[in-house]
Design a protein around this ligand. Sequence first.
Ligand SMILES: CC[C@H](C(=O)O)C(=O)SCCNC(=O)CCNC(=O)[C@H](O)C(C)(C)COP(=O)(O)OP(=O)(O)OC[C@H]1O[C@@H](n2cnc3c(N)ncnc32)[C@H](O)[C@@H]1OP(=O)(O)O
Ligand code: CO
Length: 134
Amino acid sequence: MIGRLNHVAIAVPDIAAASDLYRKTLGSDVSAPEALEEHGVTVVFITLPNTKIELLEPLGEESPIAKFLEKNPDGGVHHICYEVDDIIAARDRLLASGARVLGSGEPKIGAHGKPVLFLHPKDFNGTLVELEQA
Ligand SMILES: CC[C@H](C(=O)O)C(=O)SCCNC(=O)CCNC(=O)[C@H](O)C(C)(C)COP(=O)(O)OP(=O)(O)OC[C@H]1O[C@@H](n2cnc3c(N)ncnc32)[C@H](O)[C@@H]1OP(=O)(O)O
Ligand SMILES: [Co+2]
């Protein structure tokens, strides 16, 4: 069911400083920040030869990553995103297996303009999993 690794996301307290680190210290191309109000985050993407790194900064009072950053003030790996061919079929198979799909269970449009879903970290070895429609 899961396919390519679409991205690895890192939550950061200061996305400008983290972007500079990746741009200057690690010599990578970093996209311009994009505020995703619906998701409560500001994101930038670092495109690598085989996947992407997503840097996330909390946006607004209700950001879903605020608590994560309280626990990890320097930041940390927040989630991994796998691609799936059919996100509805994947969701239904996961629900049937007893896995928890976060939110309403209906996919939202993510940072790449594709439908995404999130699976509870406690069901996947302490790792927040995002699925993105390929
Ligand atoms: C979609 C746009 C963009 C894209 O790629 O296109 C993005 O990826 S946006 C990313 C930001 N959005 C989300 O993360 C949405 C899904 N996340 C959530 O709904 C919450 O973050 C949730 C429910 C995973 C955790 O929320 P919160 O921290 O407020 O809840 P708890 O403190 O109750 O956590 C429960 C339990 O899970 C552990 N936890 C929390 N976050 C993570 C994490 N990122 N990785 C691993 N484990 C995590 C937390 O420590 C709690 O464990 P416990 O042992 O009970 O303390
Ligand atoms: Co993501």
